[in-house]
Design a protein around this ligand. Structure first.
Ligand code: PGA
Length: 256
């Protein structure tokens, strides 16, 4: 369970989905849900919709953080199709996903590429959400901890000071978009390892860093994750495309 110093973050990653009209509708619904919730809320729309979604969120009274789904490991230049961290910042983003599973496994980003993007994000004043997670093959080979700590280390090496913002997302690759979420026990173990690794170099950061779970999270299973220690929020794909489901998740309050 999140502590008073770690307000849960409920984040919707829309991936490559939705028309501009859909994006505006989803943004308005997210803002309405956020206004009635004690949780922090963020949405990650497709890049072409960022400024319009930012406008919709502002019109709805704010309260939802705008984020980019990825940024380039270079600051600018001849990189056709890529989006610079500074562009995301100018478009109104305050966060960016770094090393989402689909960036790593569909688009081939390596740890060094993810680290470069994270470094550019920090330079641009964005809060990176460093995504880590093992494949099914890696899990079955007993490599889960080694893989996620290697991915974490590559990101931590880019931090310039204790003040640099950072959120971590544990997203087992086999759980993303499959309907087969990790169990809360599996998530708790991974989150504890990640937090312990952060503590090796910065105990204060370890106490405050939010570690989100992602992978087939939905309104029915989310409580199980948010009740266990070290899970400080959710990164939600599929369920974030359904405004009613996302609103239910944004409005989650722990039992008792
Ligand atoms: P999912 O996606 O909720 O559809 O599994 C999670 C993610 O990719 O962040």
């Amino acid at each position: 369970m999140s502590t008073p110093t770690r307000t849960p973050l409920i984040a919707g990653n829309w991936k490559m989905n939705g028309s501009l009209g859909d994006a505006r509708t989803w943004a308005e619904a997210a803002a309405a849900a956020a206004a009635a919730s004690a949780n922090d809320v963020a949405v990650f729309p497709p890049a072409p919709w960022l400024m319009a979604v930012g406008g919709s969120l502002a019109d709805a009274g704010g309260g939802v953080t705008l984020g980019g789904q990825a940024c380039a490991w270079e600051a600018a230049g001849a990189f056709t199709g890529a989006v610079a961290a500074s562009m995301l910042a100018e478009a109104g983003c305050r966060m960016v996903l770094c090393g989402h599973s689909e960036r790593r496994h569909v688009f081939g980003e390596r740890d060094a590429d993810v680290a470069g993007g994270l470094a550019r994000a920090l330079e641009a004043g964005l809060e990176p959400i460093l995504c880590v997670g093992e494949t099914l093959e890696e899990r079955e080979a007993g490599q889960t901890e080694a893989v996620i700590l290697r991915q974490l280390d590559a990101g931590l090496a880019c931090l310039r000071s204790a003040e640099d913002p950072l959120t971590i997302a544990y997203e087992p690759v086999w759980a993303i978009g499959t309907g087969k979420a990790a169990t809360p026990v599996e998530a708790a173990a991974a989150h504890a390892s990640l937090r312990a690794r952060v503590a090796e170099t910065d105990a204060e950061r370890a106490a405050r860093v939010r570690i989100l779970y992602g992978g087939s999270a939905n309104p029915d299973n989310m409580g199980g994750f948010l009740e266990v220690s070290d899970v400080d929020g959710l990164l939600i794909g599929g369920a974030s495309l359904d405004p009613a489901k996302f609103a239910a998740m944004v409005g989650y309050t722990p039992a008792g």
